[in-house]
Design a protein around this ligand. Sequence first.
Ligand SMILES: [Zn+2]
Length: 623
Amino acid sequence: MNYQNLNVSELTELVKKHNHLYWDLNSPAITDYEYDALINALKDLDPNAEVLNHLGPTFSEIGVEVKHNQPMLSLDKCYDEETLLKWTAKNPLNSTWIMMPKIDGMACSLIYKDGLLNRAATRGTGEIGEDITLNVVNIVPKQIKLHGEIEIRGELYMPISVFNMQSEVFANARNAVAGIIKRKEDRTDCGIKFLAYDLIGSSKETMVEKLESLSLEGFNIPYWRHFKDTFFMQTEYEQVLAKRDYFDYEMDGIVFRIDEDEKYFEMGFTSHHPKGAIAYKFQGDYGETYLRDVQWRISRTGCLNPIAIVDPIKLSGANVTKITLHHAGMIKTRNITINAKVLTVRRGGVIPHLEKVLIPGDTPVLLPDSCPQCGNTTRLEGDFLYCNSNGECSLAHRIMHFISSMDIEGIGLTWIEKLIDEGLLNSIPDLYRLQRQELIKLDNVSDTRADQWLSQISRSKNIELSKFLTSLGIDQLGKKASEVLEENFKTLEKIRTLTISEIDDINGFGEITAKSIIDGLNKNSNLIDELLGFIQLKNTEFVQSTGKFNNVSFLFTGTLSIMKRAEAESKVISLGGNIASGVSKSLNYLVVGDQGKPGSKLDKAKSLNVNIISESQFIDMIN
Ligand SMILES: [Zn+2]
């Protein structure tokens, strides 16, 4: 092309366009030689042209927040034909409908300006999404024929065939997409695909026209059907459900939408969903497996609930190894035995439960006499088995204790209970397995909230040894005792092998305390090992000790006249000594203040032959 005949503004537009094609879309429309000629033509006419300062890539970084032009709303949902027909009855007269599978991937908005891809974003909160253009640019068409500002919405998904080849890396296909598409460094798309299902800003007035137009523009579109009569809706739903395995994408239901935009918009919107569309969700996935063990999980109210451990089975794309049995009464009424063949079902993402026993097993399941968590006695009330500690030993309380000891902020007890109910937390280490995609599916959990939680949890992965010890919730191993243990023994390896007498030798610890700590550490051995898979321990920076008073104990009595007592005590500690809690044979020095009555401590110290010194003698010692 001869650029010499063009004026500055024409050249500027061309430079912008080809720079974008070259750098952002990786799809040059002219040769490098022509591109250079174009730049030079502009430089000749206007060497200071602003556009020349902006040559190079222009897409935002991955993860930059973007505001959607129109909110990306969720869909209202139903689970049966009756509710679906109630919805169609509310639709405007003479509506027709379009049906598409609801793909279980990640919703994505694409903005095209004058035919060129301008921005790709996640749904995010619906109002605000995250920029993912750089990772999507090679998955969707870079150029379309439609002009003006066009928004195309659809679903990014990992085809089942692709997922199956790398399923050991990802829990399910949807998690895989979310993980890959938000990566900041690695640009490989790992086989992710895009299905377009909506077109905003064109002159098309029905969904059928939009889908046809999207297809002509080079987009893949989902399987769809058009209805003039509600009569076939249920049949179509059942057929898609039956043919589910033939599609190369996961789906969790079917979307019905009014085909004509005019009638669709006439229905209006709630803040959450459009009224002109509805998702008819699949009921859930069934599967047969063998029950191998029953564990008991304590609820926040102190109720012991049975959880069956089963041979791993894949339900709705997730690996399932545990299923809920609801309450102790079910063991008897359903005749649940070890090694039974069972039918299990997973509905809408919650923990799967036992549908029925297909073939009884060979070993009965006994109700525990004592709480597996705290060892307290249990009692049976109707169908429910309770721990007599009334929930103090519950998972929610233990997780809360862990969270506050580990300085994790912003997650309250109510949220922990919710996460437990949703099956996302079954143990303390599960905190480190929480996934953003699972969290934001919960009601009232925004992207921001999920991110705050995850960053707080992530921060706790590098924690002081003493805080980690406290977090275990071991009886007698509180904050102070944990600090003293760390100060004396430095490493967790050492602390885990301590004997009663080694702990007992530290002042302030008695034999009962020492035994309780050792028992607690042994009992929590698996938990500690599991947590260490996520957590890196660091040593607390204690006040530098000169060691002058190493293993020397002091106790103060009476009122000191030169130093304040707190000052004297902290001096002892800073020199490596410690403060005894009372007068005993192991006390090294009783410091008697000049004023006030020394009282019974002095008498006891005398009888035990403890060194008794005055405040001035103490000051001589520290100097
Ligand atoms: Zn208990």
